[in-house]
Design a protein around this ligand. Structure first.
Ligand SMILES: NC(=O)c1ccc[n+]([C@@H]2O[C@H](COP(=O)([O-])OP(=O)(O)OC[C@H]3O[C@@H](n4cnc5c(N)ncnc54)[C@H](OP(=O)(O)O)[C@@H]3O)[C@@H](O)[C@H]2O)c1
Length: 333
């Protein structure tokens, strides 16, 4: 371990879905101490979080960059991307390491970033590291700004990257993704409030979702990405369709996954036993299962995560552990 001293953690957006999950994990982390937890400035009085009673006894205070800079070594931003885009450079300038859960700094292509995250200023100059712990671990210890992957891309890229890297896929890649409603954050909209989504299933943002661009950036190949909103509170299940290259076999698929994830404590390969959301809910696991039709060469992969843990707070803590030289599983077991 690089240090035995507890790292001081500040969380902005601590009253949100991802932020509360971060607070829950950080409060019991053996190598960290939560020194600041902040909501928006909309409410000026400190707030308690009943859900975290007996897990974290502090109060959430209104956002203050000065306090975060003074009281934290590492700041986690669980904010809307426009607010992260504004706050991250200010914090970096004070020497605080930043783990951003928003999409503000994920895209490397300037044109794409301008289109999908128009509030992010001069991101090239800021040098964010895309923090997928299973793939970017060597870059994390020196990173100052870690752009944590999006929830849909986390499952898609973990499921596809080993196969794309091993050049096993020949056909189009279609990602049929389903997310629980907490993926949209705590503020209800016409699409997400209870009476709209209860008993319903709907596709949305086809060819118009910024996570498609992020997935393509990380894989380096085009995908068709179709997200759906399902009436559950948390979890993402992605059913991914493609075709194997001629000559490639199910054994090659299994070998590529085993190679990629032999030392990945939070990826569980389930093979033909297909994963389900309830198997990963409230955990930092990504479960990946697959079936190959040897006659047609078709492959179907199923990947599952909890969007608020592996898709957000848990993955951010995993990156934090690697960045600070702690056991990768600290606070997440
Ligand atoms: N939900 C997921 O599954 C998920 C997964 C991966 C990444 N993310 C990303 O993580 C971020 C947070 O998502 P979420 O789902 O947790 O959102 P959320 O539930 O809507 O929470 C948003 C948080 O940001 C605070 N906030 C809002 N506007 C603010 C402002 N102008 N200044 C300071 N604080 C402000 C809110 O404080 P108040 O309580 O005071 O309003 C709240 O704490 C987003 O960028 C999202 O894209 C979310």
């Amino acid at each position: 371990m690089a240090t035995m001293e507890a790292v001081r953690i500040g969380i902005a957006g601590a009253t949100g879905y991802a932020g509360q999950e971060l607070l829950r994990l950080a409060a019991r982390h053996p190598c960290a101490r939560v020194t600041a937890a902040m909501g928006s400035a909309a409410q000026s009085a400190p707030r308690v979080l009943p859900r975290l009673a007996r897990q974290w006894s502090g109060a959430v205070t209104p956002l203050s960059v000065e306090t975060l800079a003074r009281e934290a070594d590492a700041a986690f931003l669980a904010l809307p991307d426009a607010d992260s885009a504004e706050l991250a450079p200010e914090l970096l300038a004070t020497g605080v390491r930043v783990f951003d859960l928003s999409g503000a700094f994920r895209l490397r292509d300037a044109d794409l970033r301008r289109r999908w995250y128009p509030h992010t200023p001069e991101a090239e100059a800021i040098e964010a590291v895309y923090g997928a712990p299973e793939r970017d671990r060597t870059r994390l210890p020196s990173a100052r700004l870690i752009a944590c992957p999006g929830c849909y891309p986390t499952a898609a890229v973990l499921a596809l990257h080993p196969l794309v890297s091993a050049d096993l896929l020949a056909g189009d890649i279609v990602i049929d993704a389903k997310s629980g409603v907490s993926g949209a954050g705590k503020k209800p909209t016409e699409r997400t409030h209870f009476s709209e989504c209860h008993g319903n299933l709907a596709a949305y943002a086809i060819f118009a979702h910024r996570h498609a661009v992020e997935i393509e950036q990380e894989l380096g190949v085009p995908v068709t990405f179709v997200p759906h909103l399902v009436p559950i509170d948390r979890g993402i299940l992605e059913t991914i369709y493609s075709r194997l290259r001629p000559g490639a076999t199910e054994d090659d698929v299994a070998a590529a996954y085993e190679d990629a994830y032999a030392h990945a404590p939070f990826v569980r390969l389930t093979g033909a036993a297909l994963p389900e959301i309830k198997h990963v809910a409230h955990t930092n696991f990504c479960d990946i299962g697959w079936r190959v039709d040897a006659t047609t060469g078709r492959i179907v992969i199923v990947a599952c995560i909890d969007n608020l843990v592996k898709g957000a707070a848990g993955q951010a803590i995993q990156s934090f552990n690697i960045a600070f030289g702690f056991d990768e599983c600290a606070g997440l077991a």
